[in-house]
Unconditional design. Sequence first.
Length: 171
Amino acid sequence: MNKRQALLIGLAAVTTPFGRHASAQPKKAQGSNTEATLRDTIVQFEKAWNRHDVNACLASMTEDVWFTQSLDHYGRMKGKAAVKTAFEYDVKNTDLRWEVKAVRMMPDGTASVVLRQVGLIPPKTDGKYKREDVSDPSFGRWRFEGGKWRLFFFTSHKGWALDEMKKDGMQ
Protein backbone atom coordinates (compact mmCIF):
# COMPACT_ATOMS: atom_id res chain seq x y z
CA MET A 1 0.00 0.00 0.00
CA ASN A 2 1.41 3.39 -0.91
CA LYS A 3 1.35 6.53 1.25
CA ARG A 4 -1.61 8.04 -0.57
CA GLN A 5 -3.82 4.97 0.00
CA ALA A 6 -2.83 4.79 3.66
CA LEU A 7 -3.61 8.47 4.10
CA LEU A 8 -7.03 8.11 2.45
CA ILE A 9 -7.91 5.05 4.54
CA GLY A 10 -6.85 6.89 7.70
CA LEU A 11 -8.84 9.96 6.73
CA ALA A 12 -11.90 7.82 6.00
CA ALA A 13 -11.56 6.07 9.37
CA VAL A 14 -11.40 9.39 11.20
CA THR A 15 -14.21 11.18 9.32
CA THR A 16 -16.73 8.34 8.99
CA PRO A 17 -17.96 8.52 12.61
CA PHE A 18 -18.48 12.28 12.27
CA GLY A 19 -20.38 11.91 9.03
CA ARG A 20 -22.59 9.20 10.50
CA HIS A 21 -23.51 11.33 13.53
CA ALA A 22 -24.08 14.44 11.46
CA SER A 23 -26.53 12.70 9.17
CA ALA A 24 -28.39 11.17 12.11
CA GLN A 25 -29.03 14.55 13.70
CA PRO A 26 -32.42 16.10 13.02
CA LYS A 27 -32.55 19.00 10.65
CA LYS A 28 -32.57 22.41 12.24
CA ALA A 29 -36.15 23.50 12.89
CA GLN A 30 -37.37 26.42 10.85
CA GLY A 31 -37.95 29.63 12.74
CA SER A 32 -41.51 30.65 13.47
CA ASN A 33 -41.12 33.99 11.71
CA THR A 34 -41.29 32.43 8.25
CA GLU A 35 -43.62 33.18 5.37
CA ALA A 36 -45.30 29.81 5.91
CA THR A 37 -46.18 30.62 9.53
CA LEU A 38 -47.36 34.08 8.46
CA ARG A 39 -49.69 32.53 5.88
CA ASP A 40 -51.00 30.15 8.55
CA THR A 41 -51.60 33.11 10.88
CA ILE A 42 -53.61 34.84 8.16
CA VAL A 43 -55.76 31.71 7.77
CA GLN A 44 -56.27 31.60 11.55
CA PHE A 45 -57.34 35.27 11.57
CA GLU A 46 -59.90 34.57 8.86
CA LYS A 47 -61.22 31.55 10.79
CA ALA A 48 -61.52 33.61 14.00
CA TRP A 49 -63.50 36.28 12.12
CA ASN A 50 -65.80 33.63 10.64
CA ARG A 51 -66.39 32.18 14.14
CA HIS A 52 -67.35 35.78 15.04
CA ASP A 53 -64.73 35.70 17.80
CA VAL A 54 -63.83 39.35 18.37
CA ASN A 55 -61.22 38.59 21.05
CA ALA A 56 -59.39 36.05 18.87
CA CYS A 57 -59.23 38.60 16.03
CA LEU A 58 -57.88 41.25 18.39
CA ALA A 59 -55.32 38.77 19.79
CA SER A 60 -53.74 38.52 16.35
CA MET A 61 -53.17 42.28 16.24
CA THR A 62 -50.53 44.43 17.90
CA GLU A 63 -51.53 46.91 20.60
CA ASP A 64 -50.73 49.77 18.20
CA VAL A 65 -52.62 48.29 15.23
CA TRP A 66 -54.03 50.65 12.61
CA PHE A 67 -56.96 48.84 10.96
CA THR A 68 -59.15 50.74 8.54
CA GLN A 69 -61.49 50.41 5.58
CA SER A 70 -61.02 53.98 4.44
CA LEU A 71 -58.48 56.77 4.44
CA ASP A 72 -57.79 57.58 8.08
CA HIS A 73 -55.48 60.57 8.05
CA TYR A 74 -56.46 61.43 11.63
CA GLY A 75 -55.61 57.99 13.01
CA ARG A 76 -59.05 57.31 14.49
CA MET A 77 -58.66 53.58 13.90
CA LYS A 78 -55.38 53.22 15.79
CA GLY A 79 -55.08 50.84 18.71
CA LYS A 80 -57.01 47.72 19.69
CA ALA A 81 -59.68 49.66 21.60
CA ALA A 82 -60.50 51.78 18.53
CA VAL A 83 -60.51 48.71 16.28
CA LYS A 84 -62.85 46.88 18.65
CA THR A 85 -65.22 49.84 18.76
CA ALA A 86 -65.24 50.28 14.99
CA PHE A 87 -65.27 46.65 13.85
CA GLU A 88 -66.89 44.56 16.60
CA TYR A 89 -70.26 44.66 14.83
CA ASP A 90 -68.66 43.59 11.53
CA VAL A 91 -66.82 40.67 13.14
CA LYS A 92 -69.99 39.49 14.88
CA ASN A 93 -72.28 39.86 11.87
CA THR A 94 -70.31 39.21 8.67
CA ASP A 95 -68.03 36.57 7.26
CA LEU A 96 -64.68 37.23 5.66
CA ARG A 97 -62.54 35.75 2.93
CA TRP A 98 -58.91 36.83 2.57
CA GLU A 99 -57.10 35.60 -0.52
CA VAL A 100 -53.35 36.20 -0.26
CA LYS A 101 -52.06 37.53 -3.58
CA ALA A 102 -48.48 38.39 -2.58
CA VAL A 103 -46.19 38.36 0.45
CA ARG A 104 -42.96 40.28 0.79
CA MET A 105 -40.67 39.63 3.73
CA MET A 106 -39.13 43.00 4.52
CA PRO A 107 -35.51 43.67 5.58
CA ASP A 108 -36.66 44.99 8.98
CA GLY A 109 -38.27 41.63 9.84
CA THR A 110 -41.84 42.69 9.08
CA ALA A 111 -43.94 41.36 6.23
CA SER A 112 -46.19 43.10 3.73
CA VAL A 113 -49.19 41.22 2.38
CA VAL A 114 -51.42 42.04 -0.58
CA LEU A 115 -54.89 40.55 -0.25
CA ARG A 116 -58.18 40.31 -2.02
CA GLN A 117 -60.71 40.83 0.74
CA VAL A 118 -64.30 39.73 0.38
CA GLY A 119 -66.79 40.80 3.04
CA LEU A 120 -69.60 38.27 3.05
CA ILE A 121 -72.96 39.59 4.21
CA PRO A 122 -75.45 37.01 5.54
CA PRO A 123 -77.93 35.51 5.32
CA LYS A 124 -76.96 32.71 3.01
CA THR A 125 -79.60 31.42 0.63
CA ASP A 126 -78.90 28.35 -1.50
CA GLY A 127 -75.23 28.55 -0.46
CA LYS A 128 -74.84 32.17 -1.54
CA TYR A 129 -74.48 35.22 0.63
CA LYS A 130 -76.93 38.10 0.39
CA ARG A 131 -74.05 40.35 -0.67
CA GLU A 132 -70.31 40.15 -1.29
CA ASP A 133 -68.20 43.30 -0.91
CA VAL A 134 -64.86 42.95 -2.68
CA SER A 135 -61.83 45.08 -1.77
CA ASP A 136 -59.03 44.37 -4.22
CA PRO A 137 -56.32 45.09 -3.42
CA SER A 138 -56.28 45.27 0.35
CA PHE A 139 -52.98 45.59 2.16
CA GLY A 140 -51.60 44.52 5.53
CA ARG A 141 -48.35 44.69 7.43
CA TRP A 142 -47.39 42.08 10.00
CA ARG A 143 -44.58 41.86 12.54
CA PHE A 144 -43.31 38.97 14.60
CA GLU A 145 -44.00 39.85 18.22
CA GLY A 146 -44.44 37.74 21.33
CA GLY A 147 -43.58 34.57 19.44
CA LYS A 148 -46.18 35.00 16.70
CA TRP A 149 -47.10 37.10 13.70
CA ARG A 150 -49.39 40.02 14.51
CA LEU A 151 -51.14 42.48 12.24
CA PHE A 152 -50.08 46.09 12.82
CA PHE A 153 -51.51 47.82 9.75
CA PHE A 154 -54.41 47.02 7.45
CA THR A 155 -56.45 48.90 4.87
CA SER A 156 -59.07 47.74 2.43
CA HIS A 157 -59.12 51.19 0.79
CA LYS A 158 -57.90 50.57 -2.76
CA GLY A 159 -56.00 53.83 -3.22
CA TRP A 160 -54.24 53.57 0.12
CA ALA A 161 -53.43 49.90 -0.49
CA LEU A 162 -51.89 50.75 -3.87
CA ASP A 163 -49.79 53.51 -2.28
CA GLU A 164 -48.49 51.14 0.42
CA MET A 165 -47.78 48.42 -2.15
CA LYS A 166 -45.72 50.89 -4.16
CA LYS A 167 -43.76 51.95 -1.05
CA ASP A 168 -42.92 48.30 -0.39
CA GLY A 169 -42.01 47.46 -3.99
CA MET A 170 -45.03 45.22 -4.54
CA GLN A 171 -46.64 46.88 -7.53
